[in-house]
Design a binder for this molecule. Structure first.
Ligand code: HEM
Length: 267
């Protein structure tokens, strides 16, 4: 009795076999959306793993770090932009418990709470917290340039004339001094005309403004989080119209003045 049942079941399964094979063939021929997602997911996972290994664990995206890959950017987008006056910004210097640490750069506010040892009270760069110190970011004068006023900063990139080499010093041998002076005289070209001076000034100004822009952009990139630091933009500083004109004009600080390049004689 039992033998009969087995035989029947075997014959039934062999009868069904061709049907099963043909249905398998059909699903191989037709890739479903789920299959496609599986393949793409696998490739993504493999790429992330290889990136992780070859960047010593610093990046899953081969160093590509646009804002939309960062969760904190999406969080602040959902929360909405922060808008603060310079006065209100001062409360965000890390000294008020529970408040984040912000700093601003040329009107853009960044959250730097991730580095309390650098920007919090007692930190090496605490003076930047709660302020827009765009000027000091370029001049390096941390005591006097904690201000967003960038007027005149371009001067620090404009070469100054080399001091004259004609005047002999008290200790210099008169014969050596005369020879050096004659040599300098030979090398000197005819002085530039007014028009040439104007063109040179315009070129140097253009170049200086470019350097200023690049200098600031480097800091913006750091605080945006593009360089891997866990900082991000949170909003903008709100200022009344004409705020800049109301501030007194400042001179280039001593350190920035001294760091100016020197113009070569033939320039
Ligand atoms: C224009 C001049 C300078 C500016 C605007 C500036 C600004 C900064 C800022 C904002 C940071 C923190 C970066 C971060 O959050 O990751 C930093 C870090 C640092 N800077 Fe400067 N810096 C300047 C010049 C210098 C100089 C001349 C030195 C060395 C003598 C120096 C030494 C350091 C050191 C050691 C750190 C890391 C330590 C820390 O995070 O506390 N910096 N700098």
């Amino acid at each position: 009795m039992a033998k009969n049942t087995t035989t029947k079941s075997t014959s039934t399964s062999s009868a069904q076999k061709p049907t099963t094979t043909s249905s398998n063939n059909a699903s191989v021929g037709r890739l479903t959306l789920l299959d496609l997602l599986r393949v793409l997911g696998g490739m993504l996972l493999l790429s992330s793993l290889m990136s992780y290994l070859s960047t010593s664990g610093t990046s899953l995206t081969w160093g590509y770090n646009p804002w939309w890959t960062r969760a904190r950017e999406w969080r602040s987008l959902v929360k909405g932009e922060v808008r603060l006056t310079d006065e209100q910004l001062k409360e965000y210097d890390g000294s008020v418990p529970g408040k984040p640490i912000y700093l601003a750069l040329n009107g853009t506010i960044y959250d730097v709470s991730a580095s309390p040892k650098t920007y919090g009270p007692g930190g090496s760069y605490h003076f930047f917290a709660g302020h827009d110190a765009a000027r000091a970011f370029l001049t390096g004068c941390f005591a006097e340039d904690i201000t967003p006023d960038l007027r005149g900063v371009e001067e620090m990139y404009i070469p100054k004339d080399a001091p004259s080499t004609d005047t002999p010093s008290d200790s210099e041998d008169p014969v050596v001094a005369a020879k050096r002076s004659a040599k300098a005289h030979d090398k000197r070209r005819a002085p530039l005309t007014k028009a040439q001076l104007k063109i040179r000034r315009e070129q140097e100004l253009r170049n200086a403004r470019k350097q200023m822009k690049e200098g600031l952009e480097g800091w913006h990139a750091l605080f945006r989080g593009d360089k891997g630091k866990p900082y991000h933009k949170v909003g903008e500083v709100v200022r009344e119209e004409g705020w800049l004109e109301r501030l007194p004009r400042r001179k280039l600080c001593k350190q920035a003045e001294e760091s100016r390049p020197v113009r070569k004689e033939e320039e």
